[in-house]
Design a protein around this ligand. Structure first.
Ligand SMILES: [Zn+2]
Ligand SMILES: [Zn+2]
Length: 488
């Protein structure tokens, strides 16, 4: 059904207060655009025109929630906070729901806390909010004069606010250009034994019901099947590639619920969260880290000649309080995508090709994989007084396949688990470089290269800063980090 605007003046709703960081970011973009115009101008004068726009790095985040599910913000608020923080694209991914209803109302005092509404109105104004008051009859128990309890019917007033749907949000967010809103949702829930499997479907407006069999293994298998079918059906219906994809979220939550060996056999899942900076949870010494998870999947996938798994960092944002305190510390994890233009198609195409990296604070100037020489190049400029360690990580062919088991007892609401551990031959560091800025003069860009060692399965780089995360998160890397994809 075609979308009909509900008398809501999308596009002129909210005043924005641009953060200084964003101003600088946008200024840099403008300079790049100006430089491109000048360069194209010169090329034209010289009789040579550029066929393709040179690629640009775009910042985005593809895992966040709003009042459409269990997030603590209006959808336009959650998206605007990120846009003001300098993001170029977002994918709102509510639990088991795509935001396509025209008449989804949330109650003030129930889903929407009154103080959250006040905060929203103070920052964005209230013109764009569509409110209505409804009355409802409610039965209440009261004490009569003789002390007995009597039931009475009272009329209560409720204030409801309509949540903007995806098409309205897209129009609002993209009104000035320079921004892309990508549809998606988080296919998520628990198996009968209490293990959680959460998979983001990114780039699609389709939703399929969640299947909840006995274990996380069965849950992964059955839900990957229905999601694969959903995306295949969507492509058939549209008659073209949709570029939509699935991403395994937070495999370590809550209790190492999805094991890496399970993911080896589902190559249609090309993406996973190397760092989910949302709700934090404790890890257990000796169990796999998300880095090890990644290397195990890719070692086995490379051995079987299956497509490698790509790593994404995200915020899995539910609570937006930190954005109101300090915009520079609010975001935790994001991706930088190298694409020729800022469109959904260009962003998703680049992601399918592995032209992106995950970051929790380290910005790379460029990442290049030379498929002929099997060389991975990372260009990075350290910030003032920053020291960066660039580690190249690989796994040799014929690695030690021995595994061991660790039994984790039940803990709180986390059921007892048996966790597999792997040999250290998987995910070993084959080269390390340090890049430092001494603190005087302008920092220079460093180029760090590594060639895939002989008889090795893949190569990736991890770039760790000595600067701590602005907001420390339990079970996450303590220092700001960037992860390139794995290449072979
Ligand atoms: Zn989740
Ligand atoms: Zn989530």
């Amino acid at each position: 059904m075609a979308y009909e605007p509900h008398g809501c003046q999308v596009g002129t709703l909210y005043k924005t207060q641009v953060d200084p960081y964003v101003k600088e970011h946008r200024m840099k973009k403008r300079l790049v655009v100006m430089a491109t115009f000048l360069a194209v101008g010169l090329m034209t004068v010289c009789g040579w025109t550029q066929e393709k726009t040179s690629p640009h790095w775009y910042r985005g985040m593809i895992h966040m929630h709003s009042y459409w599910s269990d997030g603590q913000a209006f959808p336009e608020e959650s998206l605007s906070l990120y846009k003001q923080a300098g993001y170029d694209f977002l994918c709102p991914s509510d639990h088991n729901k795509f935001q396509d209803q025209n008449d989804y109302w949330a109650e003030v005092g129930n889903k929407i806390k009154p103080e959250s509404l006040q905060r929203f109105e103070k920052k964005f104004g209230s013109e764009g909010l569509e409110k209505k008051t409804v009355t409802e009859e409610k039965k209440v128990k009261e004490k009569a004069e003789d002390g007995s309890e009597v039931e009475k019917t009272v009329t209560v007033e409720k204030t409801l606010i309509r949540l903007k749907n995806f098409d309205e949000l897209k129009k609002f967010m993209e009104k000035d250009g320079n921004f892309v809103l990508i549809p998606g949702y988080e296919h998520s829930g628990g198996s009968q034994n209490g293990e959680q499997v959460h998979i983001n479907a990114v780039g699609t407006r389709c939703v399929v019901p969640l299947l909840r069999p006995a274990t996380s293994e069965e849950m992964l298998q059955q839900n990957v099947e229905v999601l694969d079918k959903m995306l295949a059906d969507e492509k058939t219906e549209l008659g073209k590639e949709t570029l939509a994809f699935t991403m395994l979220n937070h495999p370590d939550w809550r209790w190492y619920d999805v094991s890496p060996e399970e993911l080896v056999g589902y190559p249609s899942i090309r993406f996973f969260e190397i760092c989910n900076c949302g709700p934090s949870w404790p890890t257990v010494d000796g169990c796999w880290s998300c880095d090890q998870f990644w290397d195990v999947v890719n070692a086995y996938r490379a051995e079987k000649n299956l497509p490698l798994l790509y790593g994404v960092a995200s915020d899995d944002t539910h609570n937006y309080d930190n954005f109101y305190k300090d915009v520079t510390t609010a975001p935790g994890g994001w991706i930088m995508v190298k694409a020729p233009e800022l469109t959904q198609e260009a962003i998703l195409t680049a992601m399918h090709e592995g032209d992106f990296y995950a970051s929790t604070g380290v910005t790379l100037d460029d990442v290049l994989w030379d498929a002929d020489t099997k060389t991975l190049t990372v260009n990075v400029t350290p910030r003032q007084n920053e020291k960066l360690t660039v580690s190249f990580i690989t796994t040799p062919e014929g690695f030690d396949h021995t595994t061991a088991q660790m039994n984790l007892p039940k803990e709180g609401d986390r059921p007892a688990r048996c966790v597999t551990t792997w040999s250290d031959e998987i995910g070993q560091t084959c080269a390390t470089s340090t890049v430092e800025h001494a603190g005087d003069g302008t920092p220079g860009m460093s180029e760090v290269k590594c060639t895939l060692p002989a008889n090795s399965l893949y190569l990736r780089a991890k770039i760790e800063s000595d600067q701590p995360m602005p907001l420390p998160r339990k079970g996450k890397p303590e220092h700001q980090t960037a992860w390139t994809q794995a290449y072979r």
